[in-house]
Design a protein around this ligand. Structure first.
Ligand code: AMP
Length: 139
């Protein structure tokens, strides 16, 4: 069934430390790390540490924890990139644009007149690491 949580998804592997990530922030309930195919400078992802497929099966507790981290990191990213605003994206199920089936929220620092880039292009890891450091410095 498509709505069952699969613990072999790539973000579950990141949470278990089986594959690396560029960490921005974590607390007991959430992790924030950089997206490796960034669509904006500073594009990062907030996920709950407990299993959850997307917005459709999320508990109020998971959502509250994620939103607290989104609030914290979004403000830091806005400062770090001197952004004019933030776009927060969440995609649920394939038809909704979801590709990784562990709940995640995309944080995008935005600047007036600058379009978000198309998805699917691998970023320069050195640039992504510098961008992560800019956000953590602002936290
Ligand atoms: P979506 O499921 O469409 O909301 O987006 C999944 C996002 O995960 C995309 O923006 C990918 O670039 C990103 N992504 C996929 N694999 C990794 C990874 N190993 N580390 C960080 N981000 C990833």
């Amino acid at each position: 069934m498509s709505d069952i949580y699969d613990d072999q998804n790539i973000f579950a592997k990141i949470l278990r430390g089986e594959i690396p990530s560029i960490k921005v922030f974590e607390d007991d309930e959430t992790l924030c790390f950089m997206d490796i195919m960034p669509r904006t400078e500073g594009h990062c992802l907030v996920i709950p540490k407990t299993p959850c497929r997307n917005i459709l099966d999320a508990t109020p507790q998971q959502l509250a924890a994620c939103m607290a981290t989104v609030n914290k990191v979004a403000n830091a990213a806005k400062t770090a990139f001197d952004a004019d605003g933030i776009s927060l994206f969440q995609f649920s199920e394939a038809a909704g644009g979801q590709e990784v089936f562990h709940l995640h929220f995309h944080i995008h620092p935005r600047h007036e007149g600058v379009a978000i880039r198309p998805p699917g292009t691998m970023g320069d890891m050195d640039v992504i690491k510098v961008n992560a450091a800019r956000i953590t410095a602002a936290l």
